[in-house]
Every structure is written in structure tokens, then in C-alpha cells.
Design a protein around this ligand. Sequence first.
Ligand SMILES: Cc1cc2nc3c(=O)[nH]c(=O)nc-3n(C[C@H](O)[C@H](O)[C@H](O)COP(=O)(O)OP(=O)(O)OC[C@H]3O[C@@H](n4cnc5c(N)ncnc54)[C@H](O)[C@@H]3O)c2cc1C
Length: 501
Amino acid sequence: MAKIVIIGGGVAGLSAGIHARKNGHQVMIFERQKTAGGNLTGWKRKGYTIDNCIHWLTGTNPRTEHYRIWQDLGAFEDDEVYYPNSLYTCEAQGQRLSLYADLERLEREMLAVSPDDQKEIFAFTKGVRAVQAYMGIGGKQYDQKASLLTMLAQFPCLVKYYGMSTQDLAKRFSHPLLQKFMLCMLGRKFTSLAFLVAVATFCGKNGGIPQGGSPEMAKKIAKRFKSLGGELLLGKEAVKIHTLKNQAIEVELSDGTRETADYFVCACDTKITFDRLLGRKPPRALRAQYADPNMPLFSAYHAAFACDISDVNFRGDFMFPLPWQYQKLLKTPYLILREFSHEPSFAPAGKTVLQTLTFCNEKTAREWIALRENKTAYRQKKRELAEALSTAICEKFPQMRGKLQCLDVWTPATYHRYTGSEAGAFMSFLLPKNKLPVPLPTAIPGLQNVLLATQWQQAPGGLPTAATLGKQAADLIEKKERARAFISSLLPSAKRKPRPV
Ligand SMILES: Cc1cc2nc3c(=O)[nH]c(=O)nc-3n(C[C@H](O)[C@H](O)[C@H](O)COP(=O)(O)OP(=O)(O)OC[C@H]3O[C@@H](n4cnc5c(N)ncnc54)[C@H](O)[C@@H]3O)c2cc1C
């Protein structure tokens, strides 16, 4: 049995911990916050629940590969998943279009919006089906990956979308609503293949929302870790990993205590791992990503409102154009407004909670982080934001006038403070067109017993990526331990060094 210390109790860290415990190792997770889950979190304000994370969770379809990930982590029960009819609704020039879970319906509605775009609409839905078949992420084929021959046949279609940005994709449609529909989820700069993957997942009934949302799912995964005998140490921040030659020896915590281990898994932001904990340069591939202007980090700011109306006239996320006077302050032409009618426990009876989400680029994110140095100015800016958002929402929905009360505003500075992430980013580097997402290895060159388990190793994939990379770290440790045991078995018994238990 090896002793493993994991730094970071987000989904990646918890996943590494659960799999390492299943492999029979002693595991300690150090998490700097008072709760586990990292970005998978939510909190209470004035009797309302605010949900920070899950809009859709890839892997809720029991017939897909990703589903296994969540079952291993005890993330949800099958009968606890909510499948919305639509993921978001987009409005342009007074017309609306929803991303329906039913792909045929989506196709019909797109055709109804713009018959002139028929050729491109068919190409788009064909592309979505190709992704479903190729990647086995849902849809009629569920997890039945296509045969090699079919894969080869789908390949040119995927390459076409991979080589196109979401902006390029939008431009192929003539109707403004279809153009906006292609842009409102990922913005303009992502490869359009990423958008197709999201649509393919959701339309494959593989992107539901576990009951209780993000905070409940985080609690369940942490509970699974503890029930397997893992030690979850909250409010414990790692400040340094001490090394000797090519081995890490112990981790030092902010309270001055130290913990030795056979393996150290860094399940936190890579800037924290390399700049602070290890005090060494990140691997070349990671440095190249930080330096690549085409793969920037991104973040978001949000506000949550208590709403005295229980049923608003949209479902899920609603994206609508903002009047110009709000665009400058909010730095976006569009607002994403989310409702939670599927979670009656999130608000007192007869009321609901509404949240806004505004993506921002790295520059704006860093401005927020710098602004927080001056607490008064930061608070003032948040107040201005809440007021502008509330007014903009009420202009769109006059029935909400006098019925909204701001519960909270959180910004890139909040993410930076909470998870310690660089520029307040909560997903990996933006993936532009024509860029091969080269995954960063779990092993760290030059250090034998320090491993990475973090979403920053791959293209943005959210929670499933974090969980998969956590498992990958646990698997690598298992492999190393087996190799060690094998080599040890070849030695004469006097020379064998059993691990202290
Ligand atoms: C607004 C928003 C919406 C999202 N929507 C979705 C969605 O719909 N679907 C989806 O799949 N994903 C979504 N995501 C992305 C998802 O939340 C992340 O991809 C995922 O949570 C990343 O997990 P992680 O464990 O890699 O990192 P993190 O969640 O960042 O966890 C890292 C942990 O390490 C801890 N830590 C850092 N430094 C130290 C230290 N020195 N010592 C101890 N602990 C430390 C941090 O406190 C944190 O708990 C969303 C995220 C946000 C913010």
C-alpha cells in the first residue's frame, strides 16, 4: 500500500482519491476551502440556493462510456437526473430558437426559422449525428462507436467543423437567429467542432442535470471518497512540495505542518503547481499553451437574483440581446439568464432564483482581479453590475419590475480567490479551430513521484475531463506500484524494502 497525498479537493482530486482508495492505497486530500468540490459548488443566500456550475453533465446516459465515470464516483442515482427539453433558448430580432434535446425537432424548428438555410441546416444536423456516432457520446447509436469504415466515412465531416471557428460556422447561415444560435454557447473563437460535440451530447440524452445540482453532486462525491476510507482534510492549503533530487519528500501546509507521502498528486491549477508548490518551470507544452494568444484563458462574472415570480416565461438558459446602454458596462452584447424551476428546493414556495452568466476574456478577468485589491471599489463595481443587470432584465421582462432582489455577485476575482486559478479561469484553455489539443502527460518530467490530475492537461471538457484525469493519475500510481512490486519480487528477500504500513 502506498501513501498518496492529493492537493486539491475538486472533482479531479476527489476522483484521483476515490480510484486510489479502490486500488487499496492510503489517501489524504488537502483542500484549501471549507468544502470539497472546487468549481462544482453552490451556496445559500437568504434562503435561496445559488448553483455555480452544472448546466449540463456529460455522462448521464447509462449507455455511454462517461456514465461509468460518475457511477464510480457515486455522483448521482439514475432516477435523480433531470433531462430538460431544451438546453438554451436564443433570441434575435424578436424570434426565438431553442436547442432542443430532440435533434429532429431542432432541425424542424431551424427550417421553420429559415427555409433558405436548408442546405446548411442539414449539414449541421448531419455533423451532429456524425459526432454522436464517431465519439459514442449519445444519440441513436448511444455508446456503440461506429465501425472503422463508418468512422472513416464520418471523418471528413468532422475535419470540416474542426477547421471552422464558431464564427465561421455562424457566417454560413443567412438568418440572424441561426447565426446567433451558433455563437451564444461558446462565443466566436472556439472550433465549431466543440459546439457540435456539446449539441451531440445534449441531443443524445447524455447531458442531464443531477438533482440538487452542483452542491449536491459535490457532496455525494466527497461522501463516496470518505466512505471508502479516504481522509478529506478541509481548510488545509498546501504551500510547498519539498523535493530531494528527483523525488518529492513532503508537502508543507500553510499552518506550518508537513506530511510525507510516496506520491503527490497536484489536482489544482497548474500555475499553483509549478510556480508555487514545486518552484520549477512548467513542462514546455504547458508553457506554450499559456503563451499562445489563440488559446487564451477565459472566465465569467455572474449575479443571482431572488425573483418573486415562480414561473418565468422561458426554461433553462435564455440568451437575449442587451440594449446598447448596458453593453458597455456589462461588456457583452448578449445576456445569459438562467432559471431553476426544475429545482423547487432552490427557492421558497412561490418564488424562484435567476442567475446571469457573462463570459469574459482574460484581460477583463485580470482587471476584476486587480480591482479586488481595492475592496471598496470592487464592492461598488459589483453593486453597479447588479443594478445594470437587474434593470436590463426588467426591461426585457417588465413583469419582474420590483420583484427582483440581488442575492450575490461573483466575478473572475471570486474564482481566483476561491480555487486559486490563474486569471479566474474555471475551464481549460480555449480551443480554436485547426488546433490539435495535445494532452499534457500525467507524469511530470524530472520528478518521479509527483503527478498531475487537472483539467488543464486537456482541451476544455468540464467535469468529465476533471474526473477522467483524476482516474488517470490513480491508474499511473497503480502501474508504478505494480512495477515496483514486481522488481522487488525479483530481488533476494534480504534486499527487499517493504513499504511501511
Ligand atoms: C460557471 C461555470 C459553469 C460550468 N458549467 C459546467 C457544466 O455545465 N458542465 C461541466 O461539465 N463543467 C462545467 N464547468 C466546469 C467545471 O466546473 C470544471 O471543469 C471542473 O470543476 C474542474 O475541476 P478540477 O478539479 O480540475 O478543478 P477545480 O474545480 O478548480 O478544483 C481545484 C481544487 O484545488 C483546490 N486548491 C487549489 N490550490 C490548493 C492548494 N494550494 N492547497 C489545497 N487545495 C488547493 C481548490 O480550492 C479547488 O477546490 C463550469 C464551471 C463554471 C465555473
